[in-house]
Design a protein around this ligand. Structure first.
Ligand SMILES: [Zn+2]
Length: 274
């Protein structure tokens, strides 16, 4: 009799343990599901409020750890806030994100009428060049706004040059696209990009980096709303080799944020896309 009772008690303990373990497991899974739905909530919100974000971004997901850390540190909302405040200035143009055909930049003459650029960058540019001058630095703006037609012309000229060396059209085009953006994909078409060379060095290559005037620009441009668009260590993300001369206007708020966080415009959108 006592033996039977003892067996029953043991059975009860066993079932109670099994039920407790099962309950804890379900609780744990439930918590995980909640986490996922929070993430989905962000995505839905982003799509609802900023449908054009989706249209503009392509981004591969190779910087997963970077995205993860941004979420963990709770910066996502800051990205969204900056995007919402500066949508037009943050427009993304690259090989995978051609500008809409309807895109029309608001242009203004710069450099005594020699070039045109977006009127949005004018004040920042003037102030930046004035402050640089006080430091003893001067520059030559080699390129600013370029139309899609002009960009196509540059591509065609380079293709022709390769073909005269015996290359087929297809191979020549492939070669040209390694260095030059196709028409519609160049930032210069937004009027928000400038190629700024240092006085005394008119060669548009990595040697610009060694000029003190270029160093000053790279370190201070964000104060005037510009970012170095294609940094040396980010070519795998931007898809463009280091261009110490190519500066992009995104406005002071976004430029400060992007620079302080050491990210590129592509990375900015990768976070927004999450
Ligand atoms: Zn450029």
């Amino acid at each position: 009799m006592l033996k039977k009772l003892f067996k029953k008690v043991l059975c009860c303990i066993f079932y109670a343990t099994v039920i407790s373990v099962a309950f804890c497991y379900m609780l744990f899974r439930g918590h995980g599901a909640e986490k996922i739905s929070t993430k989905e909530h962000y995505t839905v919100q982003l799509n609802k409020n900023n449908s054009e974000v989706d249209k503009n971004i392509h981004s591969s997901k190779k910087t997963a750890s970077f995205i993860e850390s941004s979420h963990i540190s709770g910066k996502y909302n800051k990205y969204l806030e900056i995007y919402n405040n500066n949508k037009e200035l943050l427009i993304l143009a690259n090989r995978n994100n051609p500008l809409p055909e309807s895109y029309i930049p608001d242009l203004k003459y710069i450099c005594s009428g020699r070039l045109e650029a977006s009127s949005k960058l004018y004040d920042g540019l003037v102030q930046m060049l004035e402050d640089a001058k006080l430091q003893g630095y001067s520059y030559w703006i080699a390129s600013a706004y370029r139309s899609a037609e002009r960009q196509q012309q540059l591509v065609d000229e380079d293709v022709y040059a390769f073909m005269t060396q015996g290359m087929s059209y297809d191979n020549a085009l492939e070669e040209v696209y390694r260095e030059t953006m196709p028409a519609g994909c160049s930032e210069h078409q937004t009027g928000l990009a400038l190629d700024i060379l240092c006085s005394g060095n008119s060669v548009m290559d990595a040697s610009q980096k060694n000029e003190p005037a270029n160093k000053w620009l790279r370190e201070n441009c964000y104060k005037y709303g510009f970012i170095l668009r294609y940094p040396e260590d980010k070519s795998s993300i931007t898809g463009v080799n280091f261009e110490p001369w190519h500066f992009r206007y995104v406005g002071k708020e976004a430029a400060k944020f992007i620079t302080k966080n050491n990210i590129t415009l592509e990375e900015f959108y990768i976070v927004l896309e999450q």
